[in-house]
Design a protein around this ligand. Structure first.
Ligand code: NDP
Length: 246
């Protein structure tokens, strides 16, 4: 039996990048997986096709992380279609890199709304359904702990907030054996942070391993945290960053 057989997971922002990698991996480990997306219906459908083609169960739901009603509805649809909810992965996130002084209030609100408020909304809705022994896994960032490059002040502030939200919530859910953890990627090659170009160069230089990470390397850590073997890990910030923060 695979590690997550009988489990149901919801991955927000699971149509591309790290979220898609997590969805594929959780499905490979036996979980039925729902993913949300905001605009990329085709990309979401192809993740579902891939999982179903490999014999798994998956479902794509359009739900913008800034739309509280849509996020709540996505959780309800997941439970209605897949029967229950055991694992929530709060992955949907964005960055708008630029000097803080040049950022507009709209841009700052957007980063806050997706990266922090969106996590609050999904978590609150999921808690109504999460079974004892459930898992909440937030995708923070290595820059939520240590910041070395300019242009991401607001983004790193939201990820620092995700870190403290994780720690605080873990104190509230321990009596239900629900663990709450924060997986903090470093530079991972995705549409948000491509491994080539001017923007990538300083990030690459800061890693100890001198390379960008792959989405599967984040997904592997998430799959472990989701498994029964990780039952005693909670309130933890687990970094997968090629040594960036070393
Ligand atoms: P991508 O931009 O490559 O993918 C983002 C995913 O989230 C897509 O599936 C996208 O779907 C979805 N998404 C974006 N905005 C929304 C929204 N408003 N509502 C719902 N879904 C949304 O990002 P990454 O995979 O790189 O990042 C994933 C997470 O990992 C983020 O939280 C990011 O901050 C974090 N992270 C990434 C790092 C990296 O180097 N890549 C490093 C550290 C942390 P759609 O196309 O439909 O919008």
């Amino acid at each position: 039996m695979s590690k997550l057989t009988t489990k149901v997971a919801l991955v927000t922002g699971g149509s591309r990048g790290i979220g898609a990698g997590i969805a594929r991996r959780l499905a490979r480990d036996g979980a039925a997986v729902a993913i949300t997306y905001s605009k990329g219906a085709e990309a979401a459908a192809s993740v579902v096709d891939e999982i179903e083609g490999a014999g798994g169960k998956a479902l794509a739901i359009q739900a913008d992380a800034t739309d509280a009603d849509a996020v709540v509805a996505a959780i309800e649809k997941t439970v209605a279609a897949l029967g229950k909810l055991d694992i929530l992965v709060n992955n949907a996130g964005t960055a708008i890199p630029k000097p803080f002084e040049e950022s507009t209030l709209e841009e700052l609100d957007r980063v806050l709304d997706i990266n922090l408020r969106g996590v609050f909304i999904a978590t609150k809705a999921a808690l109504k359904h999460l079974n004892d022994g459930g898992r909440i896994i937030n995708i923070g960032s290595s820059v939520g702990e240590r910041m070395m490059t300019p242009g991401l002040a607001a983004y790193s502030a939201t990820k620092g907030a995700v870190k403290m939200f994780t720690q605080g919530l873990s104190r509230e859910l321990g009596n239900r054996s629900i663990t709450v953890n924060n997986v903090q990627p470093g530079p991972i090659d995705t549409d948000l942070n491509p491994a080539s170009g001017d923007w990538a160069e300083p990030q690459l230089a800061l890693t100890a391993l001198k390379r960008y990470g792959h989405v599967d390397e984040v997904a592997a850590l998430v799959a472990f945290v989701a498994s029964a073997e990780a039952a005693y890990i909670t309130g933890a910030n687990l970094t997968v960053d090629g040594g960036t923060n070393a």
